[in-house]
Structures are given as C-alpha cells and as structure tokens.
Design a protein. Structure first.
Length: 110
C-alpha cells in the first residue's frame, strides 16, 4: 500500500499529515487517519498519493513479495492507496479503542 499526503486545499486550514496504508502483517484492514481541520462551510482537502522513499519498511516488504511472485504477476510498488470515506465531527471522535482492536485482530489471525 502507498503513502498519501493530506492537506487543506481551500477554505479550511490544517497541518499537512501523512497517511500510510502499510501493515506489517499481510492483512486487509481499514485504517483510520485522524487529523484536525478548522471549520469552514466549503472545506476542500487534497489527498496526493506519493511513492515510498528508499529504505522504507513498506517498500522493502513489497520487494520481498515480488521476489516470490510467479512470473507475470502484476504488482505496483507503493502507489496503491484506497480512500473508503471521510468522517466530519464537531467533537473528538472516540477512536482510542481502534489500535487495540486492530492489534487483537492481528494476533487472532496470526
């Protein structure tokens, strides 16, 4: 999975952040990326998918997979990024339990 830079394009303001879709485990899970944005009736966010830098853990893991892949297998090195949705909240959402749930699931599947 790739890396995306999240910025406020117009209307609202926020500190730019990075969303990384890489997981150490070969598991398909939805990952949440929380960041604070100022309120504005026409806030526009920009999500830019970027390549992984040299020496990146996710890039190294993908290269290991490519070495074992059958001939002709199609893989993209670090540019896949899937946005499932955007949630807007006027108060801090209760995401404190999410990392624990993800960890429990990863332990359950090995």
């Amino acid at each position: 999975m790739g890396v995306a830079r999240v910025t406020c394009a117009s209307g609202c303001s926020c500190k730019p952040t990075w969303a990384d879709g890489f997981w150490d485990s070969p598991t398909s899970l939805t990952q949440m990326h929380a960041f604070k944005v100022s309120q504005h009736p026409r806030c526009r966010l920009r999500i830019t998918v970027v390549g992984r830098p040299k020496g990146d853990k996710g890039l190294a893991a993908l290269r290991a997979v490519l070495k074992k892949a059958p001939p002709g297998a199609m893989y993209s090195i670090g540019h896949k990024f899937q946005l499932n949705g955007v949630m807007v909240a006027t108060s801090e959402p209760a995401l404190w339990g999410y990392p624990q749930q993800a960890g429990d699931l990863m332990q359950a599947v090995g």
